[in-house]
Design a protein around this ligand. Sequence first.
Ligand SMILES: Cc1cc2nc3c(=O)[nH]c(=O)nc-3n(C[C@H](O)[C@H](O)[C@H](O)COP(=O)(O)OP(=O)(O)OC[C@H]3O[C@@H](n4cnc5c(N)ncnc54)[C@H](O)[C@@H]3O)c2cc1C
Length: 465
Amino acid sequence: MSDGQKRRDVNSISICSYKKPSFGILGAGLTGLTLGYLLAQRGASVELLEKEHECGGLMRSLKEQGFTFDYGGSHIIFSKDKEALDMMTCLLGENKIKNRRNTKVLYKDRYVKYPFENGLSDLPRDENFECLYSFIQNLIAKEKGEVSSPRNLRDWFYCTFGKGIAEKYLLPYNEKIWKHPTERMSLEWVERIPNPPVQDIIRSSLGIGTEGYTHQLVFYYPRTGGIQSLIEALQERIEDRILRGFEVRAIRKENGRWVVSDGLKERVYDRVVSTIPIPELVAVLDTPKEIKDAVSRLKYNSLITVMIGLGRPKVCDLTWLYIPARDVLTHRVSFPSNYSPYVAPEGKSSILAEITCNIGDEIWRMGNEAVIERVVDDLHRLSIINKEEVCFSAVRRLKYAYVISDLEYQENMRVIKDYMQEIGIDLLGRFSEFKYLNMDGCIRNVLNYLARNSNLYQESTYGCI
Ligand SMILES: Cc1cc2nc3c(=O)[nH]c(=O)nc-3n(C[C@H](O)[C@H](O)[C@H](O)COP(=O)(O)OP(=O)(O)OC[C@H]3O[C@@H](n4cnc5c(N)ncnc54)[C@H](O)[C@@H]3O)c2cc1C
């Protein structure tokens, strides 16, 4: 029905029943739950379909033997977006702790302050000099117009930080985490990162303290329950709207409404908002080959997390540690019991190691026991832990961890988004929009979606039946 027709109907028919469209939300991770909660708050008819028996997606936490681990990787709450941050901290209420980041990069055998460009004085003097010198050389070349605009991530690292910082840290670390060549990656992910202030690089080289990435310097973390407690705070507000164990297996349009099926049951909605990964959505829709092909070209990587409990009260004072070295399996370890002492039993502490990989590759094929053994041995060798003190270990695997924006990413996404818009399925969330979205970005996109579509749920929405 067109807007004009809607207005005509409302004006011309004296008794007009009020009809709000029903929403079916696919997936009950942070995005689905936030949207479900805010729609329900606005009086909309809404239902969430979640394939697992537990909501939360990437934000689930394992609770065993007194330890709590965020097994979708270390999650901290921070944002420049005050509204999104306020929403997260309000949901947690009293259940939160404010922390200050104390993060390092393990460069060779040294702990270098994070971000690396803010910790140059922690490097050996000649390497510190190399970083500063190539940064300044590069700056001069840029001023003279001798540096062409970067066309890929690798170029961007050289162009923004100079050869020293790029080659010592940024390239090895990024190649390790993305598991994709940086010269095949676009600037999508870095466009929002500001250039490092020159004075900060000089200060950092001289050993005068500076901080980078400052909106993450102070962060919140749930006192108890791990990051899943944020999920629980949302789900308890809309418990009756969530259908768990409902894996969306087919979606079709019938008489202008969406019919969503798990193979046994069917649910019918006026609107469908998908927060499930786009490859999973396209697999259950009858889409043209062109769309299936575009989706098959999208790149992402997967994650293995290794959770380790230690029989000592404190491992170190760090919040997390980046490890660019190729001969170490994990690229990042975090210390959850330093985020909150309540996530480990008294007198014990915890470490969470993250390993990215591609499904089916050499790392993915390692058995769980082998992954644990390798991570424990690596951390022992690096003197981060004493392996005799390990009292708990577990492994989890997640298919979708990081979106990789390669050089064809923009074009593939344009084709997919145009199609979804044409058929009327709304996409929201990290792997549905297929974007590097943190929790705040997911919440922001939900808020923007609600603002754009207020006609669908506000009292002024009329449909004549
Ligand atoms: C390693 C790592 C570390 C991170 N650290 C941080 C951090 O420190 N701070 C931060 O702000 N953000 C962080 N994030 C990002 C954060 O995890 C995401 O932004 C957020 O969890 C995305 O939520 P989502 O609901 O969009 O997606 P998801 O969590 O992926 O939820 C999608 C849901 O859909 C369900 N689903 C899938 N297929 C189907 C189907 N066929 N039928 C029904 N349901 C289905 C899934 O089970 C899941 O519950 C991190 C992410 C990773 C990978």
